[in-house]
Ligand binder design. Structure first.
Ligand code: 9MR
Length: 495
């Protein structure tokens, strides 16, 4: 493309989103803890194993009779959360929950998608192999005594920008929380259904996951208001913990998602009752702290499956589904109305408030995923329009925006080079690991005082491709989940 003296080269092709989607999934492989990242799969970004997490301390704030402060447990595998080296249940469960939602919508697409990861030669789809690496870790975060789930596995403070195998800080599991336990319950119930047909590679996992989900849900029912709050815990327990909080004091939505998944997995009336009790008043797009949407998607995809719906539940299911569909469609209509006076022809990015921490995933992409799913599941004749809008929002992420950045590493003519990502920063390779979506423009510029340089005060230009910019230039497993799902849906449905 030439305009005046400026030239930009780009490739035109049929499978662009396919490649993007694959690389977006492959980032999880690079984020794996506890195993070497081999050259055969990682090319020049290979590295030795780090953070085995086979000796993790019970933090004093998590101590009780059976597990005392300082006791050691083993909690290996799983992914680094983001630019940091910690592992957080809330965000892990949300990430897998969203990706497995995508999987359930287009299973044939994912069943043949090969990712070049160590498990590529087994009989399970690669996407599910990658998710299992983290699910396996999550199982170890449940206290087998009471079913409660530790909120996170973490160092007291964020590590410096050093290679993972050079890290020396001790690692702890911290207090159990209602949010983590419910997200875990939802995720495990979901996994128990999906991995049932993959006993070959994962014998007993499905059964184990369902058991874990049921046990976790019981704990949450007994502890419906156990919130994880660092500012409350830190004065009482040492060492202080200052890493990511993922605090959430509104857990009705977590109860809803868990009840939907447990109903889908068991068909027990008790969970259907809870679905009705915790049902939302309106649809809200998904994010790590607001998971109603994952419940809605689960219910609409699974509850009416004719093969295993008890006849006596049918009427109530249909009523609930009708309400959820109305909510979803009303959301889609509101979002689509924003396109008319938009600068970039998108439903995203027309007000300052759209540009928050993690907005490219949480606002732009998740809005499109929700609208697309509405079109697909509600059959209101608007699917083609919704598809078009989703492509436009994806265009926004990939470069048709106020800064001209393609916000995915390794793609496009101008893309992030200095992401706030310890793995990418601590290797000797100039290019960051490819396939990561950055948080994106963030009007609050919370990291300015920490050395992030911004060239503009405008919201949609508040993006800084500098290492210290944790508020606009970090990457995270939950944000990549959005990229994975939207690129998959567009690649599969866009044809
Ligand atoms: O994604 C999280 C965002 O919604 C919060 O506003 C922000 C500040 O608390 O934290 C983000 O999550 C970070 C987590 O706490 C630690 N790992 C890096 C995550 C991405 O920035």
């Amino acid at each position: 493309l030439e305009i005046g003296n400026e030239t930009v080269n780009f490739e035109v092709g049929d499978n662009q989103l396919n490649t993007l989607g694959k690389d977006a999934i492959r980032t999880y492989y690079y984020q794996r803890t506890g195993m070497p990242i081999d050259e055969a799969y990682a090319g020049k970004w290979h590295r030795p194993a780090a953070h085995p997490d086979t000796a993790v301390f019970i933090h004093p704030n998590a101590a009780h009779q059976s597990r005392k402060a300082g006791d050691i447990i083993s909690s290996p595998a799983g992914w680094y959360d983001a630019g940091d080296y910690n592992k957080y249940i809330v965000n892990s469960a949300y990430t897998i929950g969203l990706i497995l939602t995508g999987y359930q919508l287009i299973p044939q697409y994912y069943d043949t998608l090969t990712l070049n990861i160590p498990e590529s030669h087994n009989t399970t789809p690669d996407l599910l192999d990658e998710m299992h690496y983290n699910l396996r870790w999550m199982l170890t975060m449940q206290d087998p005594q009471d079913g409660g789930v530790y909120h996170k596995l973490t160092t007291p403070h964020f590590e410096g920008f050093i290679a993972p195998d050079k890290c020396k800080q001790p690692r702890y599991v911290v207090a159990k929380s209602t949010a983590a336990t419910l997200d875990f319950a939802a995720n495990m119930a979901q996994a128990s259904r999906i991995y049932q047909t993959h006993q070959n590679d994962y014998p007993d996992f499905s059964e184990q996951a369902l058991k874990a989900a049921l046990h976790a849900y019981e704990w949450a029912k007994l502890h419906p208001e156990t919130y994880y709050d660092q500012s409350e815990l830190n004065p009482k327990y040492k060492p202080e913990i200052t890493t990511g909080e993922y605090g959430d004091k509104k857990v009705r939505d977590e109860f809803f998602w868990a009840a939907c998944e447990l109903y889908a997995a068991t068909r027990h009336e008790r969970y259907l009752k809870d679905v009705a009790t915790y049902m939302p008043q309106h649809f809200a797009k998904p994010s790590w702290g607001m998971v109603d949407a994952l419940g809605t998607f689960c219910f609409l995809i699974n509850a009416l499956q004719p093969d295993n719906t008890p006849e006596e539940h049918r009427q109530q299911i249909e009523q609930i589904a009708q309400t959820l569909r109305t909510q979803l469609l009303s959301y889609a209509t509101t979002e689509m109305a924003k396109i008319e006076d938009s600068s970039f022809g998108t439903s995203f990015g027309n007000v300052e408030n759209d540009f928050q921490w993690g907005c490219l995933a949480d606002n732009c992409i998740n809005q499109s995923i929700s609208v697309l799913i509405a079109g697909r599941l509600c059959d209101n004749g608007a699917f083609e329009d919704y598809l078009q809008n989703a492509f436009h929002n994806m265009d926004y992420v990939l470069g048709r925006n106020a800064t001209g950045y393609c916000y995915v590493t390794g793609f496009g003519t101008k893309s992030p080079m200095n992401i706030h990502h310890r793995l990418s920063a601590a290797d000797d390779i100039i290019e960051p690991i490819p396939g990561f979506l950055v948080g994106g423009p963030n009007a609050k510029q919370e990291d300015k005082k920490d050395g992030a340089l911004y060239n503009s005060k405008f919201a949609d230009e508040s993006y800084s491709d500098t290492l210290p910019s944790f508020a606009s230039n970090e990457i995270a497993i939950n944000w990549n989940a959005s990229l994975v799902v939207l690129s998959g849906l567009l690649d599969a449905w866009g044809k």
